[in-house]
Design a protein around this ligand. Structure first.
Ligand code: BMX
Ligand code: ZN
Length: 300
């Protein structure tokens, strides 16, 4: 069996073809037309899925998306202004009608968590948190091998914990949210302030590892923001594991060491002894894999 899978983020739509073991047989990506609104973004997905259907005998479509998702109805319960007009869109119904295939929809980080549970860093661990540092910051609470959805499918929006009450404006409408300081987009913004435009985050990490100096300072400042949010989560959930995903997870041990140090400096000893921090093993593929895991569970 093969499935089409999409991961809709504020910046890009990643997509691919996966088999029922979660193995990617094809993958690609395109920029999200976020500024043209959520309906246009869905139309983008529809067009890509239709073109994939020409070459592959797909048995279903798995969607991981930014925004709070009613995973039973496949609707966007609420989305921040990072994808304007996305709130209320029925992704499942529209895609099922257009493609004549079963469709499952889940929040991007809930998907990442399921992907890491199925095939990655959280295998065999039934309770954990997952957090991705991307355009924004998303979160997932996994309890007993299942995503905890909350009363309105909106649990785990870690990106909107308040770090600074009078801080930067957030696309959610509030000020000073965690994702304005600790997302990878925020690290990029800091790097630009110091080094001007042009460089990628990868360049920043290479520079920090080779020369230390300002590049490392920029990363350390950002890490202390990331750790602040983790501190709060740790004291609320006392989780045995937090999986950190998003593009920066490719920095592996370099980031993990810094993060561990910064987190340990802020949490009580009882939490330190049991807390594991791990980088996501499958990076962005986990979102696609988790969405497929959800689809397979739904159609079986
Ligand atoms: C935002 C919010 C979350 C999402 C997170 C990460 C929207 C559109 N997005 O906090 O639902 O999980 O960003 O998303 O409401 P990404 O854009 O970084 O992939
Ligand atoms: Zn916010």
């Amino acid at each position: 069996m093969i499935f089409g899978a999409f991961d809709i983020g504020g910046t890009s739509i990643k997509y691919g073809i996966l088999d029922e073991q979660g193995k990617l047989v094809y993958q690609s990506q395109t920029a999200t037309s976020a500024s043209e609104g959520g309906k246009r973004v869905l139309a983008q997905v529809k067009e890509i899925a239709q073109s994939l259907q020409v070459d592959y005998a797909l048995e279903g479509i798995a969607v991981s998306t930014a925004g709070q998702v009613n995973n039973l109805e496949g609707t966007i319960v609420h989305a921040t202004e990072s994808i304007p007009g996305y709130t209320g869109v029925n992704v499942k119904k529209e895609l099922e009608e257009a493609l004549q295939l079963p469709v499952a929809v889940e929040n991007d980080v809930n998907s990442a968590a399921l992907g890491e549970y199925w095939r990655g860093a959280a295998q065999g661990i039934r309770h954990f948190l997952c957090m991705t540092l991307g355009t924004g910051i998303g979160g997932a609470i996994v309890m007993d091998g299942k995503v905890y959805t909350g009363a309105s499918f909106s649990a785990g929006e870690f990106g909107h914990m308040t770090l600074y009450p009078d801080g930067k404006d957030c696309p959610c409408g509030d000020k000073g949210c965690y994702e304005m300081y600790a997302s990878s987009q925020s690290l990029e913004r800091r790097a630009k302030e110091y080094f001007g435009g042009g460089g990628s985050l990868r360049d920043l990490f290479v520079k920090a590892k080779n020369e230390k100096g300002t590049a490392e300072y920029v990363i350390d400042q950002w890490i202390s923001g990331v750790a602040l949010g983790i501190k709060t989560l740790v004291h609320i959930f006392n989780p045995p594991l937090i999986v950190i995903g998003g593009g920066v997870s490719e920095q592996g041990d370099y980031l993990l060491k810094k993060l561990r140090k910064s987190v340990n400096a802020q949490i009580m000893p009882s939490f330190q002894r049991t807390l594991q921090l791990k980088m996501a093993q499958n990076g962005n593929d986990a979102n696609l894999q988790g969405a497929v895991y959800q689809l397979i569970t739904a159609i079986r």
